[in-house]
Ligand binder design. Structure first.
Ligand code: ADP
Ligand code: MG
Length: 236
């Protein structure tokens, strides 16, 4: 299932160097409209750097990034956001004293009607929590609210960097279910290192190590891949 209004996101031999250090090397990937993709890899593999290049907060050293027929590399982050590529940051950005509904309303475009708010509340599984102050939400739901705030602008691509950090086992599993419900409506690229979460997502998984993609495919194949196991067990 895919949404024809979402452009394909394409990375062509993307490289990032910090001085002589190669943080990302020759990453080429195609993200289909409405696809859910997980990027995993040990600390320092280059995952966040890759995400930063997609959303424009870091310039590429080499390569290009296309969103449909638009080359987005070299554009300012605000321009890239305007094209529909949203990012949820790791730092919390909710207003704790405001209700869930008010937090979402603040993130929606001016003039958006109440039906859009209802749809958004449903999308982030918070219909029953609309009048709860954001500060009183359990951790997991606070994450969903933040994702909801990113979705309020109706982005075409959503980038998430370790959305399960600090969540309980149950909250982590619920978050995986929640993200799976977005399949087909928005392209979601999620960086993670919690293997239980990635297993639950069951999405196409890209493995990075020392800046390069070393494997890509369905999670069950990735999990049984000998090279990937070596990397995670620290054998290479
Ligand atoms: P990951 O998100 O996979 O843990 P990062 O993308 O954050 O990895 O980092 C990849 C590598 O690039 C790390 O070795 C990190 O120290 C280095 N790095 C990241 N940002 C910078 C920077 N601004 N300047 C220098 N080195 C950096
Ligand atoms: Mg990171």
């Amino acid at each position: 299932m895919s949404d024809a209004s979402i452009p394909v996101l394409k990375l062509n031999r993307v490289n990032k160097r910090f001085g002589n250090f190669a943080a990302v090397t020759d990453v080429s990937e195609v993200f289909a409209p409405g696809e859910l993709i997980c990027i995993i890899g040990p600390n320092g593999a280059g995952k966040s750097t890759l995400l930063n290049m997609i959303c424009g907060t870091l310039p590429l050293s080499e390569g290009s990034i296309e969103f449909g027929d638009i080359a987005i590399d070299g554009r300012a982050p605000e321009q890239i956001a305007k094209l529909g590529i949203a990012r949820k940051f790791q730092v919390p950005s909710v207003f704790e004293s405001l209700t869930v509904a008010d937090n979402l309303r603040l993130s929606m475009p001016r003039g958006a009607d109440s039906r859009r708010l209802e749809a958004l509340l449903a999308k982030v599984h918070l219909l029953g929590d609309r009048d709860v102050a954001a500060g009183n939400l359990p951790h997991g739901k606070k994450q969903w609210l933040e994702i909801g705030m990113a979705l309020a602008m109706e982005p075409k691509v959503l980038l998430l960097d370790e959305p399960t950090a600090g969540l309980s086992v149950d909250e982590t599993r619920d978050t995986a279910r929640f993200l799976k419900d977005l399949v087909g409506r928005v392209t979601v690229i999620v960086i993670e290192h919690d293997m239980a979460f990635v297993r639950e997502l069951g999405a196409r998984t890209i493995v990075m190590h020392h800046g390069a993609v070393i494997a890509s495919g369905p999670f069950d194949l990735i999990e049984s891949n000998e090279t990937v196991r070596d990397v995670y067990l620290g054998r290479r």
